[in-house]
Write a protein that binds this ligand. Structure first.
Ligand SMILES: *Cc1c(COP(=O)(O)O)cnc(C)c1O
Length: 356
């Protein structure tokens, strides 16, 4: 028990972020960051001296320029756009704003969803995945509550189709369907074209993964103007200056060099293909991923043990304690050099086990 904390939050089980070690240099394949630096225009925008001096001014609470740039890039209107301090922040607003009848989510998905439900005292219905970790969209129709699905899902990398999403939206028009597209730029299909059709669809994306700006904290969402207005009202009731002026500049600049980031996403997709192939040859089972990570298991080595042995070799991957996926590890796709380091270490670990 904490002496000062509101009793309503005493049992809150907070989200555990992936390790960000300060002690040693690791090959870091654990938090799905981009292995490639922010693009030259993005860097220039952040380093601008006038912009730095202008930090004395509050940032634009309407994020006018950024919303305009996002609307242009995704062929929607600024009224369809919401931006905030990372997409986690948008998820928080969405749970707070639309979760009053409860929230349905896949039992295995982004670990922050149940935390937000808990934080806002919403009933979380965790719907089991199928045997192969896929999502059965039928189980998300007619829920009578908000539905949250990551597409591609985390940590599996598996997707559902636009028809599936449309059918979920259609089945329960009075509740929000939130599709978290944090990983959509690595080969999946975005459901943005459905925005005009379904007033209850909220699509959330981020600059953290495909656009190399995890540290800048910039997330964005698209929906019908009515839903965006609801989010704005909550934002103006908590933190009107939710996107700082330097991050806003970074976002606009990043959108102006989209080819650079698309090129990086292409390199990551190619590396995902190669790593999948090599791990499969080593006896691993690799779930076919459309994200910048792969979810893998091996009949020859325990999931937790592989994580530990790689950590001893200064390579970080992500292991989850949930018994349903404890035999698996999530590996972020890095540069070809980083993946070579990983593959070599895994070969050595397997060989060592063969000897003992
Ligand atoms: C990384 C991630 C986020 C959070 O992204 P930020 O914009 O950095 O807050 C949201 N959803 C999923 C599924 C993610 O993997």
């Amino acid at each position: 028990m904490s002496r000062f904390l509101n009793p309503a939050y005493q049992s809150l089980d907070a989200y555990t972020p992936g390790e960000q070690p300060k002690d040693t240099v690791y090959t870091k394949l654990n938090t799905n960051e981009s292995p490639y630096p922010a693009g030259p225009k993005t860097v220039q925008a952040v380093c601008d001296e006038t912009a730095a001096a202008n930090l004395r001014l509050y940032s634009d609470p309407d994020s006018t320029q950024l919303k305009r740039a996002l609307a242009e890039r995704y062929q929607l209107k600024p009224e369809n756009v919401f931006v905030s301090n990372g997409s986690d922040d948008i998820l928080n607003f969405a749970f707070l704003s639309f979760g009053q009848d409860g929230v349905a989510m896949p039992a295995i998905s982004y670990g922050f969803y149940p935390v937000f439900a808990d934080l806002h005292h919403l009933e979380a219905e965790r719907i089991p995945l199928e045997e192969d970790f896929s999502i059965d969209p039928g189980k998300f129709r007619n829920k009578g509550k908000m539905v949250v699905i990551a597409n591609p899902n985390a940590p599996t990398g598996l997707t559902i189709t636009l028809d599936d999403i449309a059918s979920i939206c259609e089945s329960d028009p009075d509740h929000v369907v939130l599709i978290d597209e944090a990983y959509v730029d690595f080969g999946a299909e975005s459901c943005l074209p459905l925005i005009g059709k379904y007033k209850n669809l909220l699509v959330v994306q981020t600059f953290s993964k495909s656009r190399s700006l995890a540290g800048a904290r910039l997330g964005f969402a698209f929906a019908d103007p009515e839903l965006i207005g609801d989010l704005e009202r909550i934002k103006y009731s908590t933190n009107p200056y939710n996107v700082n002026s330097i991050t806003s500049r970074a976002g606009v600049a990043a959108l102006s060099e989209d080819d650079y980031y698309r090129g990086n996403a292409g390199k990551i997709m190619e590396e995902r293909r190669r790593t999948t192939e090599e791990l499969t040859a080593l006896g691993f089972q690799v779930i076919p991923s459309l994200a910048n990570f792969i979810f893998v298991t091996s009949p020859d080595i325990d999931g937790g043990e592989l994580y530990q042995k790689l950590k001893e070799r200064r390579i970080l991957i992500r292991h989850f304690s949930d018994p349903a996926i404890a035999q698996y590890n999530r590996i972020t796709i890095g540069t070809p050099e980083e993946m070579d380091i990983l593959l070599e270490a895994i070969r050595a670990i397997i060989a060592e086990r063969g000897e003992s």
